[in-house]
Design a protein around this ligand. Structure first.
Ligand SMILES: *[C@@H]1O[C@H](CO)[C@@H](O)[C@H](O)[C@H]1NC(C)=O
Ligand SMILES: *[C@@H]1O[C@H](CO)[C@@H](O)[C@H](O)[C@H]1NC(C)=O
Ligand SMILES: *[C@@H]1O[C@H](CO)[C@@H](O)[C@H](O)[C@H]1NC(C)=O
Ligand SMILES: *[C@@H]1O[C@H](CO)[C@@H](O)[C@H](O)[C@H]1NC(C)=O
Ligand SMILES: *[C@@H]1O[C@H](CO)[C@@H](O)[C@H](O)[C@H]1NC(C)=O
Length: 587
């Protein structure tokens, strides 16, 4: 019986001893710690869910007002500028589109004045140019001195330096000398062409041209009908020129054939409503680097098949929420290098979007549910953000199709919330569970949670050049499966001091984490103890609940009587024995 009691005590001691390790074993410190803050944050989210949108809209409205003021101020400055810059259209056929500016009267007056002044000069220039044609594709007659190399349906006229006083080619009015040549690609990039005139762009060969590259010239004027004979033109590049406005009529003649149009990096300040109307086959449009002041949904009217739109470096601080309303098929949007500091709602709520690039913008954090629920986004690019410091709880929730996420080169990024992707707690289907590519390299992270995403699903994972803290929480990154073969920069530990500058791939888990050492050596015996304790606890519970313990206790209580009688008996026996023993001596 006393042995039973001792055994019970032993069980209790073991239970007390093993209880703690069991907890640590199963939950891991990372998660155990996270439990508390998570609850707090999640309840906060529920409040936020209602509040955020209204706050957003208010913020936006404020900003719209602010930027309007700024725009009006700018307008006056720019008008002064225009006085110097503006020249009249080269031909009377081409009445200048009335620009939608604040002060149309003032504008008109100015224009008249300038027109008078410059008209004479203009006319002279024009006549001179009219008859100047150059022979091109003339290898047979000129050999190495040929103008433009023409071969395999490609006409290569880029960056031509002329021998005479015209340093750069300044006209597209070329006479193609090669027989039976069909220029499907005409490349006039990097020249000094200033205007595109009616019937003076590759005369006679227009219908063959499918791809026309006029980028990096100084084109300022285009006749309305200049592209009329280009009945096969599908790809037109007018980027990096001096265009200040775009007339709808210019594209009217090529509206069914045009697939790709680049008018980026010109000096376009406004686009009239419906300027692209009828370009029903246009799938790709670049408007990058233009100082367009007012963005309205009407400017995109008629682009029913547009899939890709690029508006990089347009100084956008915010966008009208309905800007993309007329773009039902828009799936790829680039907004790089714009100074907005909130994800525009026009982007967050655009259902058809699959790929968005908001790199090099002034975003400071990715907030809870930054993208609208049930988004179809597959790729988000957020690199080189000068101010991005945190991805908050559920920042990338509601993106079940997200495959590629680039968060690299963000020098201020210090926090990636353990629940950023909704893996720890979010509504069903809100997890970003399709992620295959995650770039976090060249940022300022020292910790990411082991439970943040399903790392086994990643095909590409870059974490190099971050100040990783190598301890129990990041120990999982040391595992073999994260050998970071694809990282250009192998990740290193920054802290603790003992592991500083050691490559993650070479640090042993037991050096980074004491607990790992303990588990490593005696993990099995701890597990065994835990199991034993579990059994004993169950046994104990059974004994208590079935009343056997009570019986045992009662039996234990009775024992002193038994012992007493035993002792008495024993005493008697001993007495008897002692009584008896001396006798033989006597005998
Ligand atoms: C240009 O050529 C046309 C004939 O093609 C001629 O009538 C006209 O006078 C020429 N203009 C100049 C300025 O040489
Ligand atoms: C035209 O030539 C330039 C310079 O070689 C090149 O960068 C560009 O890609 C060419 N354009 C096309 C459409 O091939
Ligand atoms: C127009 O382009 C198509 C291919 O897009 C080509 O098959 C056809 O021959 C071209 N037409 C001319 C006149 O070059
Ligand atoms: C362009 O669009 C028209 C309808 O507007 C369509 O009939 C035609 O097939 C399209 N062409 C191409 C090359 O996609
Ligand atoms: C955006 O960031 C740039 C520097 O990266 C700064 O010059 C600019 O003032 C910022 N713009 C806004 C609107 O915050």
């Amino acid at each position: 019986m006393r042995i039973q009691l001792l055994f019970l005590l032993l069980i209790l001691v073991i239970c007390a001893y093993t209880y703690d390790p069991v907890k640590v074993n199963y939950k891991e410190k990372g998660l155990a710690n996270k439990d508390k803050p998570l609850k707090v944050v999640l309840t906060k989210d529920e409040e936020d869910d209602e509040d955020v949108p209204t706050v957003n809209i208010r913020d936006l409205e404020k900003k719209v007002k602010k930027s309007k003021k700024v725009v009006e101020e700018d307008e006056e400055e720019e008008e002064d500028e225009e006085e110097e810059e503006e020249e009249p259209a080269p031909k009377k056929k081409l009445p200048r589109r009335k620009s939608k500016r604040v002060n149309p009267k003032k504008e008109a007056q100015k224009k008249k004045k300038i027109t008078k002044e410059v008209q004479e000069e203009e006319d002279e220039e024009e006549e001179e140019e009219e008859n100047r044609t150059l022979e091109a594709c003339n290898f047979e007659t000129s050999g190495d001195n040929e103008l433009c190399h023409c071969d395999m349906e490609e006409m290569n006229c880029n960056s031509i330096i002329m021998a005479n006083d015209n340093p750069h080619l300044d006209t597209a009015n070329l006479l193609i000398m090669k027989k039976d040549f069909e220029p499907h690609l005409a490349n006039f990039s990097e020249n000094a062409i200033t205007r595109l005139q009616n019937k003076k762009v590759l005369p006679g060969f227009e219908k063959h041209v499918q791809r026309f590259d006029l980028s990096f010239n100084q084109i300022r004027y285009m006749d309305s009908d200049v592209f009329k004979p280009f009945t096969n033109l599908s790809n037109l590049d007018l980027s990096h020129n001096n265009l200040q406005s775009i007339k709808k009529a210019v594209f009217d003649n090529i509206k069914t054939t045009l697939h790709r149009l680049d008018i980026g990096y010109n000096r376009i300040k406004s686009l009239p409503d419906g300027v692209f109307e009828g370009l029903a086959n246009l799938t790709t449009l670049f408007l990058d680097g233009n100082p367009i002041k007012e963005w309205k949904k009407e400017m995109f009217k008629g682009l029913d098949n547009l899939e890709k739109l690029s508006m990089d470096n347009c100084k956008l601080e915010n966008l009208p929420a309905d800007l993309f309303e007329y773009l039902p098929k828009l799936n790829t949007l680039s907004l790089r290098g714009n100074p907005f500091d909130e994800i525009p709602s026009a982007v967050a709520n655009k259902k058809s979007l699959k790929n968005v690039d908001m790199s090099a913008t002034n975003l400071t954090e990715i907030r809870d549910h930054a993208f609208a629920g049930d988004s179809d986004l597959e790729e988000i690019n957020l690199e080189q953000m000068p101010y991005l410091s945190a991805v908050r709880d559920c920042g990338f929730c509601g993106l079940p199709k997200l495959k590629f996420l680039m968060l690299n080169d963000n020098q201020k990024l210090i926090e990636l919330h353990p629940n950023a992707f909704g893996f720890i707690k979010s509504d069903p289907g809100h997890k970003a569970a399709a992620l295959t590519t995650l770039y976090l390299d060249n940022s300022n992270l020292n910790f990411i949670s082991e439970h943040m995403i399903d790392y086994d699903k990643l095909q590409s994972f870059k974490i190099g050049n971050n100040p990783w803290k190598c301890d129990c929480d990041t120990q999982f990154l040391l595992e073999e499966k994260f050998s970071f073969k694809q990282d250009s920069v192998a990740p290193k530990c920054a802290t603790p001091a003992a592991l500083q500058d050691k490559f993650l791939a070479t640090v042993r888990a037991s050096d980074a984490c004491d607990r790992a050492r303990f588990l490593g050596r005696s993990g099995r015996s701890v597990l065994g103890l835990a199991l034993l304790a579990g059994f004993l606890a169950i046994g104990g519970y059974y004994m208590v609940s079935s009343g056997k313990l009570e019986k045992l206790v009662r039996r234990v209580r009775k024992e002193p009587e038994v012992t007493y009688t035993n002792l008495q008996n024993g005493g008697e026996d001993i007495g008897l024995e002692t009584d008896f023993q001396p006798r033989p001596a006597e005998v």
